[in-house]
Design a protein around this ligand. Structure first.
Ligand code: BMA
Length: 317
């Protein structure tokens, strides 16, 4: 018997004030606000919101909060000039920021759709007002890049999604990436279409805790789910535990209705001072939502699933 899930609903609790940010609440007219990167900046939770205005163009706006639930949105978008690649080939459609703080520097990874396909772009920032792009984008087709919050063995490490699965790559300088390896995840009935990294990995004594998304096809839509897994601390391409049950699926109206129905998609989680882990996620590509848990609860969920799997293996006829 496990004790992580009151009501047997899983290890995440939707926040009673969901959705926490909607297009109607923005201090400007817009169509959707979703898939925010999340971090802590100057003692507040900071979300880097993906905002689509009514011209269907994407802007990034900062929202800050002391309690992680009620946010104040900056009416001005961030300033983020073109990378060298975009100056040559035209501005990319940038979306889905993931923010990592590493050695006191904030790095923001995002998808960058250009005429060659979907690439990964990256910027650094000191104040979340001005962003400085890295000159180059990745090769296509890649997205959902997530930089680990510390170097491993002296190298930068990132998860990303070339094609349809999560890979792990290493770099001495954030420019040259290699040693790439797909994660050895189990097949997921809810991840048949694609699986991508979500939140920035969190170091625990049992491994890196990673909250990710996985997509399956139904008769009417591509359904997005959130899952959780533990990765090896020294080599994160090694999956230590990956429960084959999702931790969140689109079930509520605010997750099922909107510009893309049946989507829950996370780009960031923040540990609050009281130990609550706030998992921020987009609902139906239209609004921002929040689910809460703790790191310990998710780790236990992973380890329990692994123990059950080993038990099943042992008792196989
Ligand atoms: C993915 C990304 C996400 C989006 C999701 C569902 O491919 O584009 O930004 O939330 O699709 O539409």
């Amino acid at each position: 018997m496990t004790n992580y899930e009151p009501g047997n609903r899983g290890p995440l609790d939707r926040h009673p004030r969901n959705p926490i940010l909607t297009p109607e609440q923005m201090p400007f007219r817009c169509y959707s606000v979703f898939n925010a990167g999340a971090t802590v900046f100057r003692d507040k939770v900071l979300l880097l919101l993906r905002v689509e205005r009514c011209d269907r163009k994407t802007y990034f706006h900062v929202a800050t909060s002391a309690d992680g639930v009620a946010f104040e949105v900056c009416p001005e978008p961030i300033r983020y000039p073109l990378s060298r690649a975009e100056a040559r080939f035209g501005p990319a459609h940038r979306f889905d920021m993931r923010i990592t703080r590493l050695d006191g520097v904030y790095y923001a990874y995002h998808a960058a759709w250009m005429r060659h396909g979907c690439c990964i772009g990256m910027a650094t920032t000191e104040d979340f007002v001005d962003f400085t792009p890295l000159p180059h984008l990745s090769e296509p087709s890649n997205r959902n890049a997530v930089l680990f919050p510390e170097k491993i063995g002296g190298l930068y490490v990132r998860l990303d999604r070339p094609d349809k699965a999560i890979w792990c790559s290493w770099s001495p300088d954030l420019e040259f990436w290699g040693r790439s390896m797909p994660l050895d995840m189990p097949p997921l009935a809810w991840g048949g279409l694609k699986v991508g990294a979500g939140a920035i990995p969190i170091r625990t004594e049992h491994g890196w805790l990673e909250i990710y998304h996985a997509v399956c096809n139904t008769c009417s839509s591509n359904n997005y789910h959130l899952g959780v897994m533990l990765l090896d601390l020294e080599d994160p391409s090694k999956v230590l535990a990956a429960p084959t049950e999702f931790i969140l699926a689109a079930e509520r109206d605010y997750e099922c209705m909107g510009q893309t129905p049946n989507v829950v998609f996370t780009s960031g989680a923040v540990e609050m001072p009281d130990g609550t882990l706030n998992v921020y996620y987009g609902g139906a590509d239209t609004r921002m939502c929040l689910a809460t848990t703790t790191v310990e609860r998710l780790v236990r969920y992973c380890l329990d699933a692994k123990a059950r799997l080993s038990q099943d293996e042992r008792t196989k006829p």
